[in-house]
Write a protein that binds this ligand. Sequence first.
Ligand SMILES: C[S@@+](CC[C@H](N)C(=O)[O-])C[C@H]1O[C@@H](n2cnc3c(N)ncnc32)[C@H](O)[C@@H]1O
Length: 214
Amino acid sequence: MTDDVAPVLEQEPAAAADLFGDRIELARSFTGELARRGEELGLIGPLELPRLWTRHILNSALLAPLLEAEGRVADVGSGAGLPGLVLAIARPDVAFTLIEPMERRCDWLNAESERLGLENVTVLRGRAEDVADAVVVDQVTARAVSALSKLIPLTVPLVRSGGQLILMKGARVDEEIEKARKVILRKRLTDVEVLELGVGVVEETTRVFRATVD
Ligand SMILES: C[S@@+](CC[C@H](N)C(=O)[O-])C[C@H]1O[C@@H](n2cnc3c(N)ncnc32)[C@H](O)[C@@H]1O
């Protein structure tokens, strides 16, 4: 447990207030708790503290404008709550299902949702492929779960016809798309595009694979 999280919180970038608006205090509270307990709970590595805001919190919040008003979103493999819990803070009008197989991580997600008073979060313990019958959403998000060739088959069954995949990817997204070409065709994804978000706001531009489910 890290007691002094002030240095982490002091690194809040100016863009945070714009992205979170009147929810900024909740975002600060979540960031502080993640800084305090994240390493001990195995949610973040020790090197992540100095870049918690830019690389993790803001990076996740950049997806907020992509979410449908009053929609339903499933975040697959939420882990520490990235991007799912951060988005639930930024978008109280959207109902989030955080899908995560590890019990300890589910405990953290439930405890933080409760502590922050987030009424738009349901935590579902399980693997995406095992809970697909219980979930239908308008959009699915995921960050750092697996390569697109595996992630697309895991996420498509959760989404209604006409809904979207919004999958956060790294610099090698084009390579991943190339490797997933057959899966993209087989799953009949349309409107496939790569969005570059946060240019000049976050350390590394956030690349998002977005596609519509048939
Ligand atoms: C590397 S962590 C990333 C966590 C978080 N999304 C982030 O960006 O920090 C991958 C997470 O995906 C979860 N996971 C792995 N396979 C999964 C599956 N088939 N369905 C749902 N979650 C899965 C793991 O338990 C883990 O919490």
